[in-house]
Design a protein around this ligand. Sequence first.
Ligand code: KG4
Ligand code: ZN
Length: 325
Amino acid sequence: MNVLGIETTCDETSASVVSNGTRIITNVVSTSLELQSKYGGIVPEVAAREQVKLIVPVIDEAVGENKVDAVAVAYGPGLAGSLLVGVEAAKTLSLAWNVPLIRVNHLFGHIYANWVGENVPKFPLIALIVSGGHTDLLLMKGHGKFKWLGGTRDDAAGEAFDKISRLLGLGYPGGPGIEKEAAKWKGKTSLKFPRPLKNSGDFDFSFSGLKTAVAYLVEKSGKDASKAPITFEAQEAIVDVLTTKAVLAARKFKVKNIVVGGGVSANFRLRDVMKRAGEKEGLRFYFPEKRLSTDNGAMIASAAYYNQEKIDPLKLTARPDLYFD
Ligand code: KG4
Ligand code: ZN
């Protein structure tokens, strides 16, 4: 079964044809990021306008001569204007081609990026979503069978990377810039940033205090602030909290597999620390192929294949505030 997955929740316009939820036939990703980075963040109106420009060529390229058995679309959460473009395109194609329309929660899409490829994860598992807007832990016993365990009380992990990057003038999005700068720092630093809620025993997160700590330090040291150790320690703090909580969840619910998805899962230091924690604890961590960590249509097609939530095309509407309901 070939599913066309459409992803337009934020600044990426992506369409992908995936066979049986695991094999990518095409995956086209276009982004208005360069345009956005001029503003130091996403401007919703700019993102929506770019979505309108890109949606037809991106879908055209992804579909090509391929057979499409169903159309899937991320209908939330995300920016209202951006979401609308993908949702309307998907509805139109489903009606025009007379194929089912499947709706996908973007957050589940990030989890299912792990099903694309060879090493399909095994249930039961803990899923950790670490994106620009979300940080959530879930227990999954099967496709569509999940329990939300906790999430961030303030900033998401990706948002922490973005805000700290902004403070240090390292560009937008912040994750890649911070990772690169942090890699320049070899060895230890006397800096110690807080690890909020690390030992709280629950599955909630809080990252806004970390940004405040960096802001305070930057203000105090002014031009003398050396970026490499700050980015290094900030990344360590985020990675430490995420790893600790994911391992705690796996222990508590006695599962052996942990699936990580979302933009922050592209971070090499996170992957490394988690893998090592996994070896020590007898747990297996799964990560998407790096290009599938950030927003893409393939993960939407895969999530749709495994959770075929078909919907009447005339009834689907975008849900900017969609969460786990
Ligand atoms: O999942 P995503 O593409 O979009 C959302 O659904 O939000 O995630 C984007 C987030 C941004 O906050 C970005 O800074 C972060 O993912 N990110 C990274 C890395 N690459 C992207 N964070 C840490 N390290 C990276 N290499
Ligand atoms: Zn995303």
